[in-house]
Design a protein around this ligand. Structure first.
Ligand SMILES: [Zn+2]
Length: 286
């Protein structure tokens, strides 16, 4: 598959984690108000598809199996719009807290659901709440998943995920072996959730509610730096429909896309980048 044009200025992968209520289930917050925050994601998805479709911008959605079963019509719209659909757990499970059998069940079940929706097996994975274990990596490889997008070890260059790292207190880090799983790294600095979402936890508060233009100013400078200093960089940007889908944020997203259009960057689905990495193409060269 060579659906990725050669573009020295670089590539942007827009991704949308369509968590729906599963994000709140993970936190045991299933009273009406948190559930309704998740529900809003299903309102927002058609808005996002319309906005990106109008500009012919391809993108990737990571959708938990629970969302596919709860909002089949909205997920059908995502598939019909030609978006890639990647794995994001069944009910947004936090991997480090899972038994192996439960993690395997969630993976197998959500692979089946995505296959049922799109007609082909998913190749990408983003860990719910962004944490992997060695077991997660092995499970992904067992199920022919080509790439992960949960780690932060680089900003513009895909790399290979390791397993078996260890960190003895009295010695330097002992790096484990590289696997065949390609990492298309993300970062909280390129994720709308932490900038914009107001969340109270039992012992802390995530204030969010920043001006979206300030968030997009950060995104823009990350991409300007890539265009200027990196050859064939790949920058992954993470959104959540339940966060970005409100009017003032969508207006800011549109303004940001106008700004990006002047930089000569290419928009790509993450699976297309992963295929190109597998084919030996070099990305993120400094
Ligand atoms: Zn999520």
């Amino acid at each position: 598959m060579s659906e990725l044009p050669d573009n020295p200025a670089g590539h942007i992968c827009l991704s949308f984690d369509f968590d729906g209520p599963s994000l709140w289930m993970q936190r045991r917050s299933t009273s009406p108000t948190p559930v309704s925050r998740g529900e809003f994601g299903a309102v927002a998805v058609p808005r996002i598809l319309k906005l990106l479709g109008g500009r012919n911008i391809p993108c990737t959605f990571f959708i938990p199996g629970h969302t596919i079963e709860t909002y089949p019509d909205v997920c059908r719209m995502v598939a019909d719009a030609g978006c890639e659909i990647g794995l994001h757990g069944y009910a947004h499970e936090f991997n480090p807290g899972l038994e192996e059998d439960d993690e395997r069940w969630a993976l197998v079940k959500s692979i089946e659901l995505i296959e049922g929706l799109t007609g082909s097996a998913p190749v990408g994975y983003r860990a719910p709440s962004g944490d992997l274990t060695d077991q997660t990596v092995e499970l992904l490889l067992e199920h022919d998943i080509m790439y992960d997008s949960s780690l932060m070890g680089h900003d513009y260059a895909p790399y290979r995920v390791r397993t078996g790292d260890s960190f003895p207190d009295d010695q330097p880090a002992q790096w484990g072996a590289e696997t065949n799983l390609i990492e298309l790294p993300f970062s909280w600095t390129l994720d709308d959730y932490v900038y914009l979402e107001f969340v109270t936890f039992r012992r802390m508060l995530m204030p969010g509610l920043k001006r979206p233009d300030d968030m997009f100013a950060n995104f823009s400078d990350d991409i300007r730096w890539m265009v200027r200093d990196v050859d064939q960089g790949v920058c992954n940007v993470v959104f959540h429909p339940q966060v970005i889908g409100r009017g003032h944020r969508l207006m800011a997203l549109e303004r940001w896309l106008d700004t990006m259009a002047e930089l000569g960057v290419n928009y790509a689905r993450m699976d297309h980048v992963a295929h190109a990495v597998r084919a030996g193409r070099q990305f993120g060269v400094e």
